[in-house]
Design a protein around this ligand. Sequence first.
Ligand SMILES: [Zn+2]
Length: 418
Amino acid sequence: MPQYSDVVERFLRYARTDSQGDPLNETQVPSTQCQFNMTYLLAEELAEVGALDITTTGHAYVTAHVPASEGAEDLPTLALNAHIDTEASVPGNGVKPQVVTYTGGKLVMGVVNDREVFTDPTINPELNDMVGEQIICTDGSTLLGADDKAGVAEIMALLERIHKDPSIAHPRLAISFVPDEEIGHGASLLDLKEHGATWGYTLDGGPLGVMNYETFNAAQARVHFAGFSVHPGTAKNRMVNAIDIACEFNSLMPGAAKPQYTDGYEGYILLHRQQGNVEEADSLYILRDHDAQKFAAKKDLVLEAAKYINLKYGKEVVSVEILDEYRNMAEVVTKHPHLIENARKAYKDNGVEMWTEPMRGGTDGAQLCFRGLPCANISAGYHNAHGVKEFVGVRELETMVDVLQSLVGLYAQPQNEA
Ligand SMILES: [Zn+2]
């Protein structure tokens, strides 16, 4: 007999399976061969739960379909997506997950280099609601990888349930587990035509109840400064110092729009990198805003600052190139409000109050939205992602399987589109 519920057993198995990505090898997908460990394991397990069309690719993607329950065959296919890679900023292979009963106060992961690795309710206030519950964490030497193996385990546990109980109502499901989400690839090479989904969800959110469907609009501005270098002894009325101009340009950027002074829906302009000498200098700015108009205004501000400086110097000393990176997925998701409302209902049916959180970054769902597959992001259940203090609650894992079951049930009925 397994010691834990199906979703927990799966999660522990996946957490122990090395699949950390490598940003230094980002031109290759997958960036690390070890991600195939997850690809092949999941392909086997998908077969065990009766999924069809199981496909693995040379890029470490694994996809499959699950036929609709009786009576829901004509409804649109629903996508469920999670990523198999884990973050690379701390050690992430050789994970030794442990299930502990939290008794309040410190949650100790382990002792590493004679120092206790722990969290507590002052760092994670949500622990106050988890006293007496089982929590999964590591021994403190690695991350846990619940981002996003919790999402993978929840989807797989749902498929196991459906396999065992054909009476569970659901539309045709398109399942995808993708590599290298943490370094920006994620669903980029997913064959959406073959996938055949009309809309869906990524399970890559934090604590139970979260819903993300808003991301930043994002662009970078590459600003070039052209100076004129002569011997400083003979520089009078001749030298044009490109570094000076770069500093002058930066002083025209609004101080309050720096990332260290913004949160929530406040966008920012970040001077990300700067290099140069008297002859020439380059500044890289990144521009972020949830609001499309405010985003456009930030681009204008950069362009106007360049114009002002060129006017002041009487020649073109500054040139700007603006490159769009990604767009706010809310533009797409709000055209399919059932993606938000059905998630709210599925959470609520399982005693969870949904809250929405604007993402101050991008996500797989944003990419899928603009490639033609509207997707919102819901909880995987993890806390303290991307660090050695990462943990996930057993209750959260188990509840998310119930939430998914409710959610696919809601999509076994026709949807009202806006
Ligand atoms: Zn993630």
